[in-house]
Write a protein that binds this ligand. Structure first.
Ligand SMILES: [Zn+2]
Length: 110
């Protein structure tokens, strides 16, 4: 298996990834986040044991409220390949990478 290793400039972080189109997509997101500089993004992680009334998370599917426009939308790890932008304003991006009860993560960035 081919591995991509990325060194982030001005950072001690080095990231290695298996080379699949999916992982490249994920890698680009991480590079974008790591190089965002002063325009640092805000992130909200869903707490699997303490969801807000406007949030949900079942299996590999999570519902978020867009912090930018208030739209509630779902992200499916399978249907959306783990990530989806707000379908109303496009200014936030939500991720669901695994199951609520199996150590997955669900979070939104804006
Ligand atoms: Zn929105």
């Amino acid at each position: 298996m081919e591995i991509i290793v990325v060194k982030i400039m001005n950072s001690s972080k080095t990231i290695a990834f298996a080379q699949t189109s999916f992982m490249i997509q994920k890698l680009m997101q991480i590079v974008k986040m790591a190089t965002a500089g002063d325009q640092s993004m805000q992130t909200r992680h869903l707490d699997p044991d303490k969801l807000e009334s406007y949030e949900d998370w079942e299996g590999n599917n999570a519902a978020f409220m867009c912090p930018m426009c208030g739209k509630i939308f779902i992200v499916s790890q399978i249907i959306h390949r783990e990530t989806r932008k707000c379908p109303n304003c496009n200014r936030s991006t939500a991720y669901c990478t695994g199951g609520r009860l199996t150590g997955g993560k669900a979070y939104i960035e804006w």
